[in-house]
Design a protein around this ligand. Structure first.
Ligand SMILES: [Zn+2]
Length: 323
């Protein structure tokens, strides 16, 4: 909806054909209004208003300037290099259980509508068949839709708080290449950040990094975050996905898998911060990808020493073979 079609006053929006509609909260941003989109989720109406804001309003101030490596997992939704583990939101589990129950209630009503229409129970309906929708079915479908919306809200709230905190408290955050993890669709281990989807986490942390001027570093997909001993850099080739803990035979350090991975990622940020005079000088404008080689933290670096770009390629291929 173009900005000449509506107008926003304190707590209301004037929409074409409808007129004034009260809003649950006043517009939080000052600036030129560019447009708006009205949407409905589970019988609730929303309006998203696009506002062009000044830089001063866009940028946020950090409260701390740490450097944090992050590991996203299932045991803890997120583990920081500080050792802090963030659990998945509790209401989510309960809501997911209710989802099953409510889903069954709806399908039972669909089943009985089928039988009432003369089909065998469990039969596949011919294409284009429309069953009469009972009032009770409509009601329970609405309840189910509301629960779906609630679950989506819990998940979004969780990633928002997580990504805001990471950007607000750190001058650099190192995350894994989530695209790769997301591709392991069938792997239970790929289900993380409360099944929220990596796209949401990634896009949120990217735009927030810009707002807070936080450097966002994406660890290369070949960087063996879990396999390296974060203390002595010995590489545990035998580590499997099942190993939640392990002890380094070189230095004797006992590792929690997720914490160790977060620590290894944290080092990527400090290693690559060296050529940058001021860590926030790029304003966190773009996420950088750090390969295991560019990160200059693996023992491989010492074997290869100084190298040109082609050397890095070779080196990377070498690492690929290792991982
Ligand atoms: Zn070690």
């Amino acid at each position: 909806m173009a900005n000449d079609k509506f107008s926003v006053s304190d707590m209301a929006i004037r929409l074409p054909k409808i007129g004034d509609v009260a809003m649950a909260e006043a517009l939080r941003f000052e600036g030129k209004i560019l447009g708006a989109t009205v949407s409905r989720t589970a019988n609730r109406w929303f309006v998203a208003i696009q506002v062009e804001v000044a830089d001063a309003q866009f940028h946020r101030t950090r409260t701390a300037h740490g450097v944090t490596g992050v590991d996203l997992g299932i045991k803890a939704a997120a583990t920081f290099s500080s050792g802090e583990a963030i659990a998945a939101p509790k209401p989510l589990k309960a809501a997911l259980r209710r989802l099953k129950i409510r889903g069954r209630r709806v399908s039972r009503k669909i089943e009985s509508a089928k039988v009432a229409a003369g089909f065998a129970p469990g039969a596949k309906l011919p294409k284009g068949t429309r069953l009469p929708v009972s009032g009770n079915r409509r009601k329970s479908a609405t309840t189910l839709a509301r629960l779906h919306a609630r679950i989506a809200n819990i998940r979004a709230d969780f990633t928002h708080k997580l990504t805001t905190r990471l950007c607000r408290e750190n001058q650099a955050v190192v995350i894994e290449d989530l695209h790769v993890k997301g591709m392991l669709a069938n792997d239970k281990l790929a289900r993380t950040i409360s099944d929220v989807g990596f796209g949401m986490f990634r896009s949120q942390i990217e735009y927030k990094a810009k707002r807070y001027g936080t450097r966002l570093v994406i660890a290369d997909r070949w960087y063996p975050s879990s396999r390296l001993c974060s203390f002595c850099l010995w590489k545990n080739e035998a580590l499997t996905l099942k190993d939640r803990e392990w002890t380094c035979p070189e230095c004797g350090t006992h590792h929690d898998r997720d914490h160790n991975a977060a620590l290894n990622r944290q080092r990527l940020a400090t290693a690559t911060a060296l050529p940058v005079a001021s860590p926030s000088s790029n304003g966190g404008a773009t996420a950088e990808t750090v390969s295991a080689v560019a990160g200059k933290v693996t023992p491989v670096r010492y074997e290869c020493g100084q190298q040109d770009t082609s050397g890095q390629e070779k080196n990377r291929a070498h690492l690929r073979a290792l991982s």
